[in-house]
Write a protein that binds this ligand. Structure first.
Ligand code: NAD
Length: 351
């Protein structure tokens, strides 16, 4: 057993308490959470007290001065990701950062350059890739069963689950609404199964249909209508370099039956639905339906993601969710927002 990997947590809110720590870091062998930072001292102290984390900070620059910290796990509101990631690389730490990694292509490029310069690993926390359903569908697609995807339908739409924290609805903190918040999950997973075709053109529309009013009761309670400055609905249409297309819908509030968190990939050999794993094909003029069973025996997806990060850092491997892939994902989401503002399709200039 080598030296323990020492971890610093930056941000100690809902996702850290609910999914990154226990289960999460506390289940990863040879790792130790050595410090936690939150601008709200009480939040950091409470987490430290509950989970035995020895050091508490309210400024991540102070945490980053600790020589013994090898890697940080960043779970602040979205707009704080970029400064925290850049400071972490400047301090020579490996970085796992929550989604959306950033809300613009320019910031993602800055992060990628900083990671290269520091020679440290950067992983986007896209935990949906670590679900048993996702892993099985990815393996099935890699075996050639889809036969080239020509269209994808991606959905992250909710009836009335609007996150009420300022970190999600104040554009200065979140940088976007459901498109960046939940669209990013379904989009990243769909792009991963599609093997990351290069997006070249995007059009979209973002709107506030319900969030300024009181018609739809929020499942997580009330939010500040004045502070609300992002979209509550977005839709996009994407063209890829290989000729494939995609539609993407994201919402927090709308009149629909519950939540639709899914995608369908249509290929020349078969079509598949995530996360159900249902697939549809034909053989010798006979219609055939099937079901891909989830990979069994896996830890919860956030724990799987954290284990993959720790292993990659330890063994000097490539990032399990590399920034080059996240660049395409964020380019699509930013493109939808830009297109909505400009009222026309936008061209993406990507490597
Ligand atoms: N992968 C997932 O399933 C998932 C789920 C929820 C949230 N998230 C992401 O995780 C991030 C945090 O979300 P959350 O639900 O935990 O939000 P949250 O509001 O519960 O927690 C965010 C915490 O960050 C702290 N913070 C703000 N600015 C800071 C700074 N400069 N330095 C240190 N701490 C700071 C806040 O005080 C707060 O405690 C967001 O980027 C969000 O998109 C991911």
């Amino acid at each position: 057993m080598g030296k323990k990997l020492k971890i610093g947590l930056i941000g100690a809110g809902g996702i850290v308490r609910g999914a990154h720590l226990n289960p999460g870091w506390l289940q990863v062998p040879d790792c130790e959470v050595a410090a936690v930072c939150d601008i709200h001292r009480l939040t950091a102290e409470k987490l430290a007290g509950d989970f035995g984390i020895p050091q508490v900070f309210t400024d991540y620059r102070e945490l980053l001065k600790l020589k013994e910290i090898d890697a940080v796990d960043i779970s602040t509101p979205n707009r704080i990701h970029t400064p925290a990631v850049l400071a972490s690389f400047a301090a020579g730490k490996h970085v796992l950062c929550e989604k959306p990694l950033a809300v613009s292509v320019a910031e993602i490029r800055q992060m990628a350059a900083a990671a290269r310069k520091a020679k440290k690993l950067l992983m986007t926390a896209q935990h949906q890739r670590f679900r048993g359903e996702s892993i099985a569908i990815k393996k099935w697609a890699e075996a050639g069963n889809l036969g080239g995807v020509y269209h994808a339908r991606v959905n992250a739409t909710r009836r009335n689950w609007l996150p009420v924290n300022p970190g999600f609805i104040d554009p200065k903190l979140s940088g976007g609404g459901p498109c960046m918040d939940i669209g990013v999950h379904a989009l990243d997973t769909a792009m991963w199964v599609m093997d990351f075709p290069k997006p070249v053109r995007v059009s979209g529309r973002a709107a506030v249909n319900f969030a300024k009013g009181y018609e739809i009761p929020g499942g997580w309670g009330e939010w500040d209508r004045k502070l609300f400055g992002v979209e509550d609905f977005a839709v996009g249409f994407v063209h890829f370099e290989n000729g494939a297309t995609m539609t993407l819908e994201a919402s927090w509030l709308q009149h629909q039956g519950g939540e639709d968190f899914s995608f369908t990939l249509l290929g020349k050999k078969a079509g598949v639905q995530w996360p159900e794993g249902r697939f549809y094909t034909s053989s010798n003029r006979v219609l055939v339906d099937g079901k891909i069973l989830p990979e069994a025996g896996l830890p919860p997806p956030h724990t799987g993601e954290i284990q993959a990060f720790a292993k990659a850092v330890r063994e000097g491997q490539k990032s399990p969710v590399p920034v080059e892939q996240t660049l395409y994902v964020i380019a699509i989401l930013e493109g939808i927002m830009q297109s909505s503002r400009l009222g026309r399709e936008v061209k993406l200039k990507l490597p």
